[in-house]
Design a protein around this ligand. Sequence first.
Ligand SMILES: NC(=O)c1ccc[n+]([C@@H]2O[C@H](COP(=O)([O-])OP(=O)(O)OC[C@H]3O[C@@H](n4cnc5c(N)ncnc54)[C@H](O)[C@@H]3O)[C@@H](O)[C@H]2O)c1
Ligand SMILES: O=P(O)(O)OC[C@H]1O[C@H](O[C@H]2[C@H](O)[C@@H](O)[C@@H](O)O[C@@H]2CO)[C@H](O)[C@@H](O)[C@@H]1O
Ligand SMILES: [Mn+2]
Length: 440
Amino acid sequence: MKKSSILIAGGGSTYTHGIILMLLDNLHRFPVDEIKLYDNDGPRQEVVAKACEIILRERSSGIRFSYTTDAETAFTGVDFVMAHIRQGKLPMREKDEKIPMKYGCVGQETCGAGGIAYGMRSITGVLEIVDYMTQYSPNAWMLNYSNPAAIVAEATHRLRPDARIYHICDMPISIEEAMARILDYRSAADLETRYYGLNHFGWWSSVRDKATGEDLMPRLAAHVRQFGYADEQGEGKEEISWNETFVKARDSFALDPSSFPNTYLQYYLYGDDMVAHTSPDYSRANEVMAGRERFVFSECQKIIDEGTAVNTQLTIDEHASYIVDLAQAIAFNTKRRMLLIVPNNGAISNFDDDAMVEVPCLVGSFGVEPLTIGAIPAFQRGLLYQQYSVEKLVVDAWIEKSYQKLWQALTLSKTIPSARVAKQILDDLIEANQEYWTVE
Ligand SMILES: NC(=O)c1ccc[n+]([C@@H]2O[C@H](COP(=O)([O-])OP(=O)(O)OC[C@H]3O[C@@H](n4cnc5c(N)ncnc54)[C@H](O)[C@@H]3O)[C@@H](O)[C@H]2O)c1
Ligand SMILES: O=P(O)(O)OC[C@H]1O[C@H](O[C@H]2[C@H](O)[C@@H](O)[C@@H](O)O[C@@H]2CO)[C@H](O)[C@@H](O)[C@@H]1O
Ligand SMILES: [Mn+2]
C-alpha cells in the first residue's frame, strides 16, 4: 500500500498528539512514512513536537518526523494536510465568548457573535495555509478541522473554489456514539443515520440498525425526550459543561420530536438559558486553558524532561479516527460513508444549491458524492436560512472589509435580540480583533 506524507498544520494544537497516536494505531489501513508539523508559533509547537518526536521514536518504525515554522519546508512534498489551527489561540476565544456575554448574549466558540469574530480571524488563517498547500503540494488534500468550520467552508468554497479541501466536524460522531450507548450498541459503526444542516446546526432525520434496517428513532426518542444524549443517570461526558450540553439536547428535541438535534442548537433555541447558566467571568475558554491545554502541555513537557513517553497519560483523541477514515477513503478509494461539509447542489432539495451543508457523503479518491436528503421541514428550513444568511454575510464582510455587512450578520443572528445590541457587540469585537481583522 502507498505510504503517505502527512503535514499537521497547527502543530502546537492540543489535538496534535491525538492525531499522531491515531495514525500510529492505524498504519495497517493507512500507511504513513512521514509526519511534519507546521505552526506560526514556534515555541508553542516545539513543546508538542519534541514530545511527539519521542513518542514516534519509541512507537513507530521508520516514520520520518520534523517540525517547522517555514511554510515552504512544511508544505512541500506532502500528500495530506490535516489542519487544526486556532487563529488567535485560546486568549482570543476567551474574548469571543466574554464580549457578547457583556450584552446578555450567547458567548460561544463557534456560535453567535463569538463564532462570527472567530470566523473573521479564521478565514485569513485558513486561506493562507490553503494557498501554501496549493503552491507547494498542488496534488495534496487538506482535511480541515479548523473552526468555525461553517464560515471557513463558505469562505474557501467562494474564494478558493478549486482548492482540494474537505471540512469535517466530530460533533455528530460524538453524538452518534452517545446514541449507540443509549440504544445498547457497541458503537456508532452499528448505526446507519441520515443527517443534514450547516456545521454545528443540524438534525438527524433517520437512525437505523445498520445490519437489519430497524428504525431506532422511536426507542431513541423515548430516551432523548427525558435524558437528552446523557444516560439515565444524567451522565455521559467527563466534563460538566459537556455533560450539561448532552442533557440539554432534550429541550432542543422537544421543538421537533421527529428529528434529533445537534447539541449546538441549544445556543440558538435556548440562548437565554445559555446566558443564565454561563459565568461572564469564566467561560469555556478558561475551562479549556485550565483543563485540556494545561494537561497536554504538562504531559508533553514531562515526556521531554524524562526523555521517554513510556508513562505518558496522553491518549488518542476521539475525533482523530475520523481524520484517518477520511484520509484512507481518499488514498484508497474506499467510498466510505462520512459526514462532510460540502456544496449542497440539490442534496437538500428545498435549500440553496450553493450552501455548504453537512450531509452524509460517499468518499473516494476521485471526489465525494453527497447523499440526497430531499425536502426538509419548514421549521428547520427557516432556521437554516437565517443561519446560512449570517454566515454568507460574514464572508461578504471579510471580503469587502464591510462594517455594514458585519453589523447585518450580527443583527440577523438568532442569538442577538436587536440591531442596537448587535452594534454594541460589534464595536467591542472590532476593538478586540484589531490584530486580526478590520472593517470600515
Ligand atoms: N472540526 C471539529 O469538530 C473540531 C474539533 C475540535 C477542535 N477543532 C478546532 O481545531 C482547532 C485547534 O483546536 P485547539 O484547541 O487544539 O487549538 P490550540 O489553540 O491548542 O492550537 C491551535 C494551534 O494553531 C496555531 N495557529 C494559529 N493560527 C495559525 C496559522 N495561521 N498558521 C499556523 N498555525 C496557526 C496556534 O499557534 C496553535 O498552536 C481549533 O480551530 C478548534 O476549534 C475542531
Ligand atoms: O470546548 P472544547 O474546546 O472542548 O470543544 C469545542 C469543540 O467541541 C466539539 O468537538 C468536541 C467533540 O464533539 C467532543 O465529543 C470531544 O471529542 O471533544 C471535541 C473537542 O473538544 C466540536 O465539534 C468542535 O468543533 C469544537 O471546537
Ligand atoms: Mn465541530
